[in-house]
Design a binder for this molecule. Sequence first.
Ligand SMILES: NC(=O)c1ccc[n+]([C@@H]2O[C@H](COP(=O)([O-])OP(=O)(O)OC[C@H]3O[C@@H](n4cnc5c(N)ncnc54)[C@H](O)[C@@H]3O)[C@@H](O)[C@H]2O)c1
Length: 336
Amino acid sequence: MKKILVTGGLGFIGSHVVVELQNSGFEVVIIDDLSNSKIDVLEQITKISNIKPDFYQIDLRDKKAVRSFFNDSTIDGVIHFAAFKAVGESVQKPLDYYENNINALVYLLQEMKNRNIDHFIFSSSCTVYGQADELPITEDAPVKIAESPYGNTKQIGEEIIKDSCKAYNMNAIALRYFNPIGAHKSVKIGELPLSIPQNLIPFITQTAAGIREELAVFGDDYPTPDGTAIRDYIHVVDLAKAHVKALQRLLDKQNKENFEFFNVGTGKGSSVMEIIHSFENVTQQSLNYKIAERRKGDITAAYADTTKANEVLGWKPEETLEEALLSAWKWQQKQS
Ligand SMILES: NC(=O)c1ccc[n+]([C@@H]2O[C@H](COP(=O)([O-])OP(=O)(O)OC[C@H]3O[C@@H](n4cnc5c(N)ncnc54)[C@H](O)[C@@H]3O)[C@@H](O)[C@H]2O)c1
């Protein structure tokens, strides 16, 4: 049984990936410092899979602790989620973001290199494309100058991995996520924003639940059919399954290059207003929203061309947008 280290494995995406890895027969060990998650998630994962993953509460910025973890463990591959992820906050606290998102990555890769651990999956983001010139966005689209320190950490992260793969003969895949949403069908794990949500869906569900008074729609004057910004929303369980496919590709030595990257989205763009109306339809909740100024740094439209992931990874999303929205709402109701 292959043993996979999942960093940030108690977070939103990581927890879903842990479950999918367990479903596919992998043994999972989690490192998380609980800076943006709760220890209860470990119990919930265990309830879903009937398998308790090993857990280490380690801050990956603690180089000695990372080294001692690797000294004591035998690991076949690493999936690295642990990072700070709030775009706005990264503008206020760039050094915190560079320290966490870059140092943690470097320390992990160093320990992997020292022990010839060869398989690495990285959480990248469609933010690397900025406002792409052509839609849908293929992997050939150029990486644009980052709009935020957070976005920059993903670009730099990919460069660090690419250079490491070349120098040390490691193999890695970066998955460039579009907009992950939703929750596991068991309603035991989901997105748990510990402060005011930065993303649309948790803001919508919290508004419907009465936690937030009003949803602000940032801009209705974008050059889109209804004037609101367009994104590609992907169910987190579909996204999780893409990680298992990517890992399997590396373990089976099917990768054509040391460092590969794939878009992970649905290929379909939805505007903010379309999301609001779909949410209202599937949940029968009416949302209190108002149109507000555009938010600085937001782009007009981004949705993926997923041909490469479909054909090379053999991966396709299975869940609909409606299923994803409904699962997010069920998850929210359980929190209230
Ligand atoms: N959610 C999104 O919209 C999105 C989109 C694109 C990319 N990503 C990337 O995917 C990854 C996971 O995102 P998420 O939404 O699950 O975030 P999350 O905050 O829910 O999960 C990240 C986890 O990492 C942990 N963590 C952070 N810093 C750590 C450190 N120094 N040491 C140990 N643990 C640490 C947190 O406690 C948390 O449990 C991140 O790298 C993020 O940048 C997320």
